[in-house]
Design a protein around this ligand. Structure first.
Ligand SMILES: [Zn+2]
Ligand SMILES: [Zn+2]
Length: 233
């Protein structure tokens, strides 16, 4: 039987969870707290990579009564430090802030990031003079030697190079070689997102109240779910 996540809070990448909190990738599990990559587990706290376990704290096995006593102690401590009820802190993230989607939604300067104790990593562009080779429009005509050339972004001028796997991918998918650098491509993708803000609108057809990321001054037509489904079916 498939169970939708229930009573779960601040969890990411979960499937069939019940009463799981502050977890990453917890599947078919219940009553987990601050766990990561735990599958078919119950009543675990602060565990990583467990399968079919119950009453574990920091991956150590306890008996039910001991588990409850120890977890109560940890929670009391975390309440004092202010950690209780919060997701894992950004400081322990293995990723530099500017490599995450957080930076896309909430851009910060390197100084703002380091003053919070978070990681920042400048991406190194390949140094050297860009090649003046003009490469073909059609991917089928692009030769492997493009991998040896430094290319200059047509938008921001930054140097970039193509990787072998990347070129293979463009060939397989029949896509042209990009003429802008990875950063400009990322920015272009981010531009396509809807903003993270909902507006009170009404369905154009039946006037039902709906909430939409499209602001009232946008040209898009807004339908409620029912009218939308009728229109596309
Ligand atoms: Zn660029
Ligand atoms: Zn409607």
């Amino acid at each position: 039987m498939y169970i939708n996540p229930q009573l779960s809070y601040q969890t990411l990448g979960t499937l069939e969870t019940f009463n799981c909190h502050f977890c990453l990738y917890a599947f078919h599990s219940s009553d987990l707290w601050y766990c990561e990559q735990c599958f078919s587990c119950k009543n675990c706290f602060g565990c990583v990579g467990l399968r079919n376990k119950q009453y574990c704290i920091f991956n150590k096995q306890f008996k039910k009564e001991e588990y409850e006593k120890e977890v109560a102690k940890i929670i009391a401590h975390m309440q004092k430090t202010g950690e209780w009820g919060q997701f894992f802190p950004v400081e322990i993230s293995p990723f530099p802030y500017n490599d995450t989607v957080a930076h896309g939604y909430f851009p910060l300067s390197p100084e703002q990031v380091s003053s919070r104790g978070w990681k920042w990593q400048e991406r190194e562009a390949p140094s050297g003079k860009p090649s003046d080779m003009s490469f073909p429009e059609k991917i089928a005509d692009v030769k492997d030697e493009i991998l040896d050339h430094i290319l200059a972004c047509e938008e921001c001028g930054k140097n970039y190079k193509l990787q072998r796997m990347e070129l293979d991918f463009y060939r397989n998918m029949h896509l042209p070689v990009p003429r802008v650098c990875p950063d400009c491509r990322y920015d272009a993708r981010m531009e396509l997102r809807n903003p993270r803000q909902l507006h009170d609108r009404s369905c154009k057809k039946c006037r039902a109240d709906v909430r939409s990321p499209f602001a009232p001054d946008r040209p898009e037509t807004i339908y409620c779910e029912q009218c939308y489904l009728e229109a596309v079916n």
